[in-house]
Every structure is written in structure tokens, then in C-alpha cells.
Design a protein. Structure first.
Length: 373
């Protein structure tokens, strides 16, 4: 098993309050999600000048918009005058972006171009100083990502992950389905479950029983994580999607196994013979999370409603099991006697690594908290 990590016994680093307290949740919104990349749209949704989509990155409202020059840009979604929210949802605003409060008007490129009554009420202002505050935008795998900070690169965030997911090229696929599930759990439990190898034998004995768990491989790539698991030798004809519509560009290894991956902090992926799934754990509250699934498939799947439904049903089958497991932990985690026991030496080590990176990103790297606090 490839590992670029220390071999000391893994341990749980977060206190139980990290999974239910408002203070932890607010700190994560300010110090983590306001400074990381977020999936905001399929690239096909933002193709024409004026197309836009809005999104909250922690407490920071963002908008990604296509300029008249065809360039994608990200801005903080509030007026520089009094902070009024500018746009809601998604749509097209080709004429520009106008504040509904006092009608300041911004170009799609972010410049402030009109202020009503400027000559007598704002005579000393320089419009060049009050354009929209920029964030960053990037595209990978056919998806648009946004970051609240300017000057950030999505390739830097992903690092070696795109080159470490085998022959999967999600940018060559089409988004064929999308589904959202609201779960009663803290978002971190869902991420920790995703990188937990041990539960595959038990929680997924029915849905993932065709896979050869003892041959599971995983690798930590900085803050990100990649894995691969083949089907059992007696189940080489098995598929995860059960649609009969395999991705044409895949090499044989990826047709005979699946990959599960994670881009820190909350973007998860599963690559199978028939689909590439990107799903995001979006925190709504300390104990509630929205799981947004985006399923990508080859042209044949895009043209088959039956094949798409089969693939999405297969994906949901193990994700719903994951949610049930995490909700079970969430239900007990506020107990005054709650305490995490010893972790599996190899199969649960990625949980500790995720927690280390979380604490580091929040400036808490020296906390070394105990799970029973």
C-alpha cells in the first residue's frame, strides 16, 4: 500500500464539539471555506456572455459570470456602496450587474460604470476605486470552481490528483444527472467516511461486495487523497454502474475497478467503468449537510435515460449507506460519554491525515485535541 506518511499509530485529533458546536462551525466558515475552492457549476452552464451562477463560500457570497469577452470571472456578490446582494440563483445578466438598492451598475468585467446622482451626491468619488472585489475561478474536469481570494490557481489546489486518477478524463464526459441529498450529519463525518477503508467490508457488504477490499490502494497527495480498488478475481465482469454503457476512453485497469478520491476539504470523486461522479459535502449547519452529486458519463449514457438512471441509482446506493452510517455517529456524538476508540493502523489512517490538514488550515495545528472533550 503506497503511503507517504509516518507509520506511528493513527489517532483521532478533533474534539466531539467540532461536530456539533456553533463556534466550530462559524470558525470553519470563516477560516476554511472562505479560503478554499468550491464547485459552483458545470462548464456548460456558463457558456454565453452574461451567464452567471451565485454561491456562498463560507460567509462570502460569490458570483461567477461570463464576460462579454467570453472570459469567466469570479466576484464577491455584493455592491461596493452599501453591501446589497447583487444577483441571486443563476441566469443571464448580459447588460451588466445592477444593484437593486441604489442602482450602482457594474460591467461584467467588474468595473463600476455608473453611479446615479454622482455629480452632486458623490462628486469626489473615483469609480475606478469601487469595482467589484475579485475572487478566482478555474475549470477542471468539466466543472467550474471558484475561490474567494484573488490570484489563486485551481491547478495548484488539485496538485497531483488529476494525474493520479488513472485513465479517467472527466472533462471528456458530459454531466448527465444531478441530485441533492440533505443529511443530518456534520460534513466532516462524511469526508472521514469517504477515506475510511475499514467500513467497506461491513457497511457496504451488499453494494460493494464485488470489490477486492484487501487489495485496496490509497495515497496521500499533500492535502488530497486518491485510491483504487479492483474487483475480485471471480467478479471481473462486474460493474458498479450496471448501465452497460462504459466510458470508451478508459484503460483496462479502470474498467476492472473503481477509484475514490478527495480534494481537500470537501470535494469527493468516484471513478467507475461507466461514470465519473463528483460529489460535494456542503455544510448547512453544525449537524446538517447537503450532499450534491454530479454524474458524468460518455455520449452513449448522455443519450440513454435508462442508463443514466441505472448509474445514478448505483451511486446513490452506497452513498445512502454512507449517510446512514454517519448519521448514526452524529446521533451519539454529543453524549457526555462519547469517546473514539483505537483506529485501524492502515485502514483508518487517512482520517487522522484529513484532521491534521483541517487543523492546519484553521490555524489550529498545535491543538492535538482529544475526541472525548
Amino acid at each position: 500500500m503506497p503511503m507517504d506518511t509516518a507509520t506511528a499509530p493513527p489517532r483521532y485529533l478533533l474534539p466531539s464539539s467540532a461536530y456539533w458546536s456553533d463556534e466550530w462551525f462559524d470558525e470553519e466558515q470563516r477560516r476554511l471555506f472562505a479560503h478554499t475552492w468550491h464547485v459552483v457549476a458545470d462548464a456548460a452552464e456558463l457558456s454565453e456572455p452574461g451567464d452567471y451562477v451565485t454561491f456562498d463560500a463560507g460567509h462570502d457570497p460569490l458570483v461567477v459570470v461570463v464576460g462579454l469577452d467570453g472570459v469567466l470571472r469570479c466576484f464577491h456578490n455584493f455592491c461596493r456602496h452599501r453591501g446589497m446582494t447583487l444577483l441571486k440563483g443563476a441566469g443571464n445578466t448580459r447588460p451588466g450587474i445592477s444593484c437593486p438598492y441604489h442602482f450602482w451598475n457594474f460591467a461584467l468585467e467588474g468595473d463600476l460604470r455608473r453611479v446615479p446622482q454622482q455629480e452632486d451626491q458623490f462628486c469626489s468619488m473615483d469609480r475606478g476605486d469601487w469595482g467589484l472585489l475579485p475572487g478566482s475561478v478555474g475549470i477542471w474536469g468539466g466543472l467550474v470552481f471558484a475561490h474567494p481570494d484573488p490570484g489563486m490557481g485551481v491547478d495548484d489546489w488539485l496538485g497531483d490528483l488529476p494525474a493520479s486518477i488513472g485513465s479517467h478524463r472527466p472533462e471528456l464526459l458530459t454531466e448527465v444527472a444531478r441530485h441533492t441529498i440533505t443529511a443530518e450529519l456534520n460534513w466532516k463525518l462524511f469526508i472521514e467516511n469517504h477515506v475510511d477503508v475499514l467500513h467497506l467490508w461491513y457497511l457496504h457488504s451488499r453494494t460493494l461486495g464485488d470489490l477486492d477490499h484487501p487489495r485496496f490502494e490509497w495515497q496521500q497527495l499533500g492535502r488530497n487523497w486518491v485510491s483504487y480498488e479492483p474487483f475480485r478475481s471471480d467478479r471481473q465482469d462486474a460493474t458498479l454502474g450496471r448501465s452497460g454503457l462504459p466510458i470508451e476512453h478508459l484503460e483496462d485497469r479502470d474498467r476492472r475497478g473503481i477509484g475514490a478520491h478527495a480534494a481537500f476539504p470537501n470535494v469527493l470523486m468516484v471513478g467507475a467503468a461507466e461514470f465519473f461522479l463528483v460529489y460535494v459535502a456542503r455544510p448547512i449547519s453544525p449537524t446538517r449537510t447537503q450532499i450534491e452529486l454530479r454524474l458524468r458519463g460518455d455520449r452513449a449514457m448522455a443519450e440513454s435515460a435508462e442508463g443514466t438512471a441505472a448509474a445514478m441509482a448505483a451511486a446513490q446506493s452506497f452513498i445512502l449507506e454512507d449517510i446512514a452510517g454517519c448519521e448514526g455517529v452524529q446521533a451519539a456524538i454529543r453524549s457526555t460519554r462519547f469517546q473514539v476508540g483505537p483506529l485501524a493502523v492502515d485502514h483508518e489512517r487517512p482520517i487522522m491525515l484529513f484532521q491534521e490538514h483541517l487543523l492546519e488550515a484553521m490555524g489550529r495545528s498545535g491543538d492535538h485535541a482529544v475526541a472525548s472533550s
